[in-house]
Design a binder for this molecule. Sequence first.
Ligand code: FES
Ligand code: FES
Length: 164
Amino acid sequence: MSKIHVKMTVNGREVEALAEPRQLLIHHLREDLRITGPHIGCETSHCGACTVDMDGKSVKACTVFVAQADGAEITTVEGLVNADGSLGVIQEMFREHHGLQCGFCTPGMITRAHRLLQENPNPTEEEVRFGMSGNLCRCTGYQNIVKAILAAAASLNAQKEAAE
Ligand code: FES
Ligand code: FES
């Protein structure tokens, strides 16, 4: 199949490459661009390990063709660090509240949590559980993931108030 020229902004950096239009975004990110934060779990849109942010929405990168992402703005877990390279708030709260064990689901969880908190900066526990329901974890039982996201919401809100 002939390749197409795709251009996207990933974690603030413009990237261009030749790719088969039917290639999945997750393969393009991991294999062509070497951005390996998003993981491949099921490849059938169930687990959420491949979650990235695309044009302000959470998407499962195993369900997006690279041709559909042409011109898009993509953020992966790598793009959620602070400007100085230290862990971003959500990442730090996952660390502090033990929101991970093996870590396989974590990049997708954190990227999804980022979008959830953009959409709803003050979620209830129930809203966090519902908002994260497309992301599966085989290790933690979810309790500490929920705690981490609620703590991240509180921390981000405190930062916003302090800046006002
Ligand atoms: Fe995409 Fe599981 S790898 S949802
Ligand atoms: Fe192991 Fe979630 S921490 S799958």
